[in-house]
Design a protein. Structure first.
Length: 164
């Protein structure tokens, strides 16, 4: 009998994990997306400061890049929250994290890589955000997203048109 109880417990555990499979994508999208939405909104609200900051970092064409990055963070963050065009939005936002590591957060990143200070890689925000964005790029938004809803709708629409 103990084998039966163990087997049932294992199966129940697998079922629960299956039922909750939507959570990692949802939680990641909501938290990371909202974070980008907030920073993008802040950059847009103070675009002059963003341009000056980008110029100070040596980013070429600071006016154009400030306008682009601000809107990418704002709209890309909203897209992540909704789970719409998730992989595309995550890819664009990931590229901003790479630029941040090469410019604004370079010193912290290098210190963390060298392990010469009290800073670890998880203390460098673009590294953490970048990892979550990579996860979204490769794993997708999860079942509870507009992307998944649209995919199901188009699949159903294609099946309905197919000769039966």
């Amino acid at each position: 009998m103990p084998v039966s109880v163990v087997t049932r417990a294992r199966n129940l555990g697998r079922n629960v994990v299956g039922w909750l499979d939507f959570l990692p994508g949802l939680i990641t999208r909501l938290i990371i997306g909202y974070g980008f939405y907030q920073t993008g909104g802040g950059k847009l609200a103070h675009i002059e400061n963003t341009v000056t900051y980008f110029a100070d970092l040596g980013i070429p064409m600071p006016e154009l890049n400030a306008a682009f990055v601000s809107r990418l963070e704002y709209w890309g963050g909203l897209a992540l929250v909704a789970g719409l065009l998730t992989r595309l939005a995550a890819t664009g936002l990931f590229s901003t994290m790479v630029v941040a590591l090469m410019t604004a957060d370079r010193a912290h990143f290098v210190t963390a890589l060298r392990s010469t200070g009290d800073i670890g890689l998880t203390d460098v925000t673009p590294v953490v955000y970048g990892l979550f964005l990579l996860w979204l790029i490769f794993k997708g938004p999860g079942a509870l997203s507009l992307d998944a809803l649209l995919a199901r709708a188009f699949k159903i629409g294609a099946d309905e048109k197919a000769p039966g």
